[in-house]
Design a protein around this ligand. Structure first.
Ligand SMILES: O=C(O)CCC(=O)C(=O)O
Length: 280
């Protein structure tokens, strides 16, 4: 049976902006919980997009979810599935109340003009009773070490979320420590990172009501626990950033060297004068 996506609701009905106290708290802690970023009606609409993207009939569609819990070719049902860039297929997401409010927050928290920000989104599912944890990590550890970033994420659950469903958990102040060492949690081709030697004794879990969101800095250590409830956990994280700047000297991350060694063999690749890469 074909899954239907509901029409987008009106975007005129909710405008929220951060207070000075919230901005100061984000800069000190590296994360912030906001109890209301969009309407219940809009969450229902976003959930209908999520349900379509994650439906069996869409398994071969562009932007379909990848399994992030097991080896890519395991053939077993996913315990943590992730779909990238839903806004390519559903550009209405970019005009949503959520996106408009999250962008305003992001600009104020990062201390930049809204017009300087670009964004991209993904969707993450933890099935009921069987969801995998997401290891402690910093988002920036996933990003190219040749570039310097000024970025944060807005993590929007598409329902009320509790600790045992897999809400976000953060280590306060960890965004001020630079990029901490990470390792590959699995085969480097799967690109799943885990920060090494994390002391999580100060971790703050952030359960949220329906319509709430958490923001975290690209260097804040965060993690989610397995979903041990009988309800599916659905989240729509959006990353906001100013254009990254090329570093004079790239940061040397061991996990990036390993990943590059796995995904290509640099000594077999040459560049032609026009920049095209060829295997020799
Ligand atoms: O949704 C989750 O469980 C984890 C999300 C996360 O860690 C991220 O978006 O960086």
């Amino acid at each position: 049976m074909a899954t239907r996506v509901m029409s987008p609701p009106s975007t005129a009905d909710l405008t929220v902006s951060p207070t000075a106290e919230e901005i100061a708290r984000f800069r000190q802690d590296g994360f912030l919980s906001v109890e209301r970023i969009t309407t219940d009606e809009e969450i229902a609409w976003l959930r209908s997009i999520f349900e379509l993207v994650f439906s069996d009939e869409e398994a071969d569609a562009a932007g379909a979810p990848l399994d992030r819990s097991r080896p890519l070719d395991s053939g077993e049902p996913g315990r943590l599935r992730q779909a990238f860039f839903p806004e390519v297929r559903f550009p209405e997401i970019l005009a949503s109340t959520f996106h408009r409010n999250a962008r305003r927050y992001a600009a104020a928290l990062l201390g930049v003009e809204e017009g300087a920000l670009t964004s991209w989104s993904h969707m993450i599912e933890k099935p009921q009773g069987d969801g995998s944890p997401v290891a402690w990590h910093q988002d920036e550890a996933y990003w190219e070490p040749e570039l310097e970033y000024h970025a944060l994420a807005a993590w929007l659950p598409l329902h009320e979320v509790t600790v045992d469903m897999g809400c976000m958990q953060f280590i306060p102040g960890s965004h001020l420590r630079g990029i901490v060492p990470h390792r590959h949690d699995a085969d480097p081709r799967e690109n799943k990172l885990a920060a090494i030697d994390v002391d999580d004794s100060t971790a703050v879990p952030c359960p949220l009501p329906l319509g709430g969101v958490t923001f975290h800095h690209a260097r804040t250590l965060h993690h989610t626990a397995p979903n041990v409830t009988d309800r599916r956990r659905m989240a729509l994280p959006s990353e906001f950033q100013v254009a990254p700047v090329r570093r004079a000297v790239p940061t040397d991350h061991a996990w990036w060297r390993e990943r590059r060694a796995f995904i290509s063999a640099p000594d077999e690749i040459s560049y032609l004068a026009d920049g095209t890469r060829v295997r020799v």
